[in-house]
Design a protein around this ligand. Structure first.
Ligand code: AMP
Length: 280
């Protein structure tokens, strides 16, 4: 496994890689969710590239950029074990030199839900992912369903800007009690960790209601809200039952369509998101 920092180093190492090349972009502090992307890329591609970069432009001014967990030595160890070929760990100045002034702004799909709670978030995400795609030139790029709107935003960007690659969205990896793996789970104290299962319990309750014949989107949102409101440590930012491609809220019945159930919930100071696809 090779580790590179600068763009010239990356480009030279990229030339040595056999096609097809798979890229898994990450912000590091890797867990089994990230590693599942690397593993799927390893199965499907001749070469596997992983980027590790905590992208400041996708954090809001009052978010956790300063405290975001980092452990590069451990990350590299884990990636070596997954047999990654190339790891790119650019510095802030490499990704955003002082005169940086070009941004990628995705429209409607980036506006509701995460986009409205975190202004500027998807501009930061789309810009850094566009830069990663241009630098690495992967044939396939691996993202997690855990960040469902992010995957939809990137899919739109790939289409609109003619990136010549295939987007692969991998299933959400969970703890045995359903909590979606996230680098931010380390912020939770034991009491909060127990409360954090409310997200999965809420998604499961709505899924169960759907399976038992409830197909009114608003009833499904209510089923999620009811579970979350019963959890004293949970503070709901949004619950949603939306079209998975456009992220527009569904009104009325699902009528056999696929729907994305999703939510953002604060448990203490920690903001967690989760989602589940139903129907279709
Ligand atoms: P991050 O380091 O949080 O930017 O995540 C990097 C990639 O890993 C993104 O595509 C995420 O969607 C994906 N990811 C994060 N958590 C999980 C999870 N629990 N299961 C599957 N993929 C995940």
């Amino acid at each position: 496994m090779k580790t590179v920092v600068t763009l010239p180093e990356l480009r030279a190492a990229r030339l040595e890689l056999a096609a097809p090349v798979g890229l898994a972009p990450t912000m590091g502090y890797l867990h089994a969710g990230h590693l599942s992307l690397v593993r799927q890329a390893r199965r499907e591609c001749a070469s596997v590239v992983v980027s590790i970069f905590v992208n400041p432009t996708q954090f809001g001014p009052h978010e956790d950029l300063g405290s975001y967990p980092r452990d590069l030595a451990r990350d590299l160890d884990l990636l070596r074990r997954e047999d990654a070929d190339l790891v790119w760990t650019p510095t802030l100045e490499i990704v955003y030199p002082p005169d940086f002034q070009t941004w990628v702004t995705v429209g409607q799909v980036a506006q509701p839900l995460e986009g409205s709670m975190r202004p500027g978030h998807f501009r930061g995400v789309a810009t850094v992912v566009a830069k990663l795609f241009n630098a690495v030139q992967p044939h396939r790029a691996y993202f997690g369903q855990k960040d469902a709107q992010q995957a939809a935003v990137i899919r739109q960007m790939v289409k609109d800007l003619n990136f010549n690659l295939e987007l692969v969205v991998c299933p959400t990896q969970r703890e045995p009690d359903g909590l979606a793996l996230s680098s931010r789970n380390v912020y939770l104290n034991p009491e909060e960790r127990r409360a954090a299962t409310a997200l999965w319990r809420a998604l499961s309750a709505a899924q169960k209601a759907y399976q038992q014949g409830q197909s009114q989107a608003e009833r499904l949102r209510e089923a999620m809200r009811a579970v979350l409101q019963a959890e004293p440590l949970a503070n709901v930012e949004y619950v949603s039952c939306a079209e998975p491609d456009t992220m527009q809220e569904i009104e009325g019945r699902l009528e056999g369509r696929q729907a994305l159930l999703s939510m953002a919930v604060k448990i203490g100071k920690t903001r967690l998101i989760d989602n589940l696809l139903i129907g279709g």
